[in-house]
Design a protein around this ligand. Sequence first.
Ligand code: ADP
Ligand code: ASP
Ligand code: MG
Length: 406
Amino acid sequence: MRILVQKFGGTSVSDIDRLKMVRGKVCAELDKGYKVLVVLSARSGKTNKLIELAGRWAKKPDPAELDSLLSTGEQASIVLFSMMLKDSGIRAKSLLGWQIPILTDDSFGMARILSISKEYILKAFEDNDVLVVAGFQGVTKDGRITTLGRGGSDTSAVALAAALDSCPCDIYTDVDGVYTTDPNLCSSARKLDRVSYDEMLEMASMGAKVLQIRSVEFSKKYNVPVQVRSTFNDHPGTLVTQEDAMMESVLVSGIAYDRDQARITLCDLPDRPGVSASVFSALAENGIVVDMIVQTASRNGVTDMSFTVPKKSMEDATAIVKPLVDSFGVGIDTATNVAKVSVIGVGMRNHSGVASRTFDALFRENINILMISTSEIKISCLIEEKYVELAVRTLHDTFELDKTAE
Ligand code: ADP
Ligand code: ASP
Ligand code: MG
């Protein structure tokens, strides 16, 4: 049995006409002799509407109940699409996460997949040519519905492909593939034919929402051949794959941005062992995800410590560090009008000068850098949010990403 996983995102399932295009993509693979496991998202905007609805019924919606509510968006998509397929004479069946089951831990809203029953899927394929599985959802061992974090249907799809002996996984979306930067922000963005798992991981974690980070982690770990492509045409997409020598010869492969950043600065902290530990332990214990961290050099026994958190965590994070800040008798300063731009490329490992060119490009546009963080294959700068588009375009130009490498 040859199996292929196809995932269709929110804009691909938003109305009947689009679902007919999805049916076309499924039929094309059936004609090639594949059994097709289709993973669907909720229609675009649906998950946001459900979150908003929950917020009207409860000040702080219970996370487990919220997940049950959010999972209904995907439920509607798979049931409607299965009906459409059956109507066209295709042997199809819809499946919710708990029916397979896709077993997760109990971190509601951000659950991690623990296991997927391959046997159940293979059995279901005996009587069906297409299985239409709800993305974004799983179930705990106690039978509670969970969701996998925003954009989680990508992870459902790749995890299902991994469970099916790492069969091919095509992620269909509203752009032709993975670009050098968001094509909706920068018109000279160029589609990449291939991108390495590590670069894709950095791009996703730096804000490129075309793939959820965890889906890339899964594809790398289990060597799932992932292709990102468009639902609305037949152009070849982008292959997310193992790194090779060709990729290393390219200095920079993409620019990502993330508007979901807020900065917190603790001013004049005492410069002694244990201070950072107390601040970041308190945040971690409360489940706050910290991104960039910068501590200034000590001057007269004090330092400034700045860090960033998602915008929605800003108030909670400030409240958590407040008692510590008070006990040290120091100041706290916050900003939500910030964003992060990142330059990414495996070629950086062996070349110097990317950082200086990045800083110089931002300087030429008079964009002030508030914080910097780096990894082996990435340089990130925190800047004022109003300069995001300008920064992305100027960095894209600086590294000539509109041109194909020789
Ligand atoms: P879906 O609903 O299909 O899951 P998403 O909206 O989650 O689609 O992801 C696709 C979007 O990701 C694109 O419309 C594009 O605006 C955005 N995006 C951001 N960075 C990139 C990038 N480097 N390449 C392609 N798309 C990107
Ligand atoms: N519907 C979910 C979301 O909007 C999951 C997904 O679309 O991947 O985040
Ligand atoms: Mg998505």
